[in-house]
Structure formats: structure tokens, C-alpha cells
Write a protein that binds this ligand. Structure first.
Ligand code: FES
Length: 301
């Protein structure tokens, strides 16, 4: 076997290719920087030339791929070629390959992470379940936040679906009991960092003194039956309707921050609405804030 016959070391080839890609990208960035001082008309001409070349390249590559895909062996070779970072990045640039789903989910989580961190929380990816489901875990303060349902739907889920339109379901998996903050105190923010119109939509519900520690009360808020649960200085508000068959939960058994449905025994974490019996379901959780000695709720629609 001659050196010419030796199969290439793919990893070494990829590393070399990635270095070459980085070198060329740096060179292009340097050349582009030189044009920043140009007159607008000159920049417009350059931009038109660049766009024209890119469109020609994209169309040529599209035709090439279409032709190769018709032949099984050629299609296999094409898939192999796409493993080269330079080939992949160029095809990605022209929209001819899709970024892997896991990468896009990771990017979406990176987008929301700074917002979550403003409230002492974070999110981690648990699993991407093909074809259309992503499982995440809220951690830090977000895990025990009464507004975590809103954080999930308004922040995490929206970011994932924006970058991954094929995803239909974003579910939250739990570690079980809420985490305690360092020093033993619970860090709880009543309002999700993704809450919109934070000053609007609040309904005054009751005095804080009406809520006894580690107890629930039911209230009607704007015609909706909800449960209020107080634990120390924190108050959470959940739909008073079991996720199983919609039966009222206020006659259920309270135990260690959980509530057991009196009908068929589903168990929920009262601070977050998570269902411990069937993790795929969750009680709707509404935002709560304490204004002076009053408790106000903003219903999730
Ligand atoms: S209605 Fe609650 S467990 Fe069935």
C-alpha cells in the first residue's frame, strides 16, 4: 500500500480544514475592514458584487448537490464531504444544509441564559427526543420560582421554537425537591424574567395575612378558580384544576410542599406546579407579587 492509498486521517483533515477556514475568515475580515472608510456608493457596488457572487455560488452548489443526490454512491460521498468543516460551513452559509438540531437548541438556550441569570437561575438541556420534543431542566432559582411556568413558556420554549421550528413540545423535567440557596434561604423571585408588561394585568386578590404558612386557599380571580399557597415569605398561585381530569384540588392532601389530588392521587409541587406523578404534565402557574401587605396575581392566559 502506498502513501497515496492510505485512507486520510479524518480528524487531522478536519483540524487542518478548520485552521484553513479560520485563516481565510481572518483574511476576509481584514479586507472587509479596509472598506469601512469607503464612500457609500463604493460600498454599495462592492455589496452588489459580493451578493451576485454568493448567489451564483449558491445556485451552482444547489445544482451540484441535486445532481449528486440522484446517485446513491455519489450521495454517500457527498454526506461524507459535508463532515469537512469548511464544506459544512460554506453549505450552511448558503442555506444548503441545516445546522444540527442539537446545536440550534443549544444556541437557543444560550440566548435565554443571560435573562435567567438575572434572576439567579439557569437552564440545562436534558434531551432532544426526535422528531419534535426537547426536555430541559430549570435550575437555580428558576427551579423553585412560582413563575417558572411562565419562564418556560415565554422564554425557553419561545427561543427554542424560533430557532427549531420542527420542535412541537418543550417539556420540563424535575430533579424533585426545589434546591435550597446557599445559606439555607430559598431565593424566590415572584415574577418571571420573561414576564411581559410587568406593570399591567395584576389583580389584587387578598391580604398576605389571610394566607397561613404551608396552607392553601382557593380564590376566584377574574372568574378563574386558583389556589394560593404560602410558604414563608413566598406565595405561589396555581390553577385549581388537576391536570389529570380537571377536578378541583383544594380538598387534596398537603405534605411537605406537595399537594395530592383527592380524586386519583396525582401529586404536585406547590411552588412550581410540577406534577411528580406524571412529569409530562404541569399545573398552570400564575405570577404573584406582594404589594405592601396585599397579594396580587397576574393570570397566565
Ligand atoms: S383528577 Fe386529579 S388525579 Fe385524577
Amino acid at each position: 500500500m502506498t502513501a497515496r492509498d492510505t485512507p486520510p486521517d479524518l480528524d487531522a483533515a478536519h483540524a487542518e480544514s478548520a485552521n484553513e477556514l479560520a485563516r481565510r475568515a481572518d483574511e476576509l475580515a481584514r479586507l472587509e475592514a479596509l472598506t469601512h472608510g469607503w464612500e457609500p456608493a463604493q460600498q454599495a457596488v462592492l455589496s452588489a458584487i459580493k451578493t451576485g457572487i454568493e448567489e451564483l455560488n449558491a445556485e451552482a452548489l444547489r445544482r451540484l448537490i441535486r445532481a449528486l443526490k440522484g446517485d446513491e454512491a455519489a450521495a454517500a460521498a457527498l454526506r461524507q464531504a459535508v463532515r469537512d468543516p469548511l464544506v459544512y460551513q460554506v453549505l450552511l452559509f448558503h442555506g444548503l444544509v441545516k445546522e444540527p438540531l442539537e446545536h440550534r437548541v443549544a444556541r437557543a438556550l444560550d440566548e435565554v441564559r443571560p435573562m435567567l441569570k438575572t434572576h439567579g437561575g439557569d437552564v440545562e438541556l436534558v434531551a432532544v427526543k426526535f422528531p419534535d420534543t426537547v426536555e430541559v431542566r430549570l435550575i437555580g432559582s428558576c427551579q423553585s420560582c412560582p413563575s417558572s411556568g411562565e419562564t418556560l413558556s415565554e422564554g425557553v420554549e419561545k427561543a427554542i421554537k424560533a430557532l427549531c421550528p420542527e420542535i412541537a413540545t418543550v417539556t420540563r423535567v424535575s430533579r424533585g425537591a426545589p434546591e435550597a440557596a446557599p445559606g439555607g434561604a430559598q431565593v424566590v423571585h415572584f415574577v418571571s424574567p420573561f414576564a411581559r408588561q410587568q406593570d399591567a394585568g395584576w389583580t389584587d386578590v387578598c391580604a398576605l395575612a389571610e394566607l397561613h404558612d404551608d396552607a392553601i386557599v382557593s380564590r376566584a380571580v377574574e372568574g378563574r378558580d386558583v389556589l394560593l399557597y404560602r410558604h414563608g415569605d413566598t406565595v405561589s398561585c396555581l390553577d385549581n384544576a388537576c391536570a389529570h381530569m380537571g377536578m378541583p384540588l383544594d380538598g387534596g392532601q398537603l405534605e411537605g410542599g406537595t399537594l395530592r389530588c383527592p380524586y386519583h392521587g396525582f401529586v404536585y409541587l406547590l411552588e412550581t406546579g410540577e406534577c411528580l406523578t406524571v412529569p409530562e404534565v404541569q399545573l398552570a402557574v400564575h405570577a404573584v407579587k406582594i404589594v405592601g401587605e396585599r397579594v396580587a396575581v397576574r393570570l397566565r392566559r
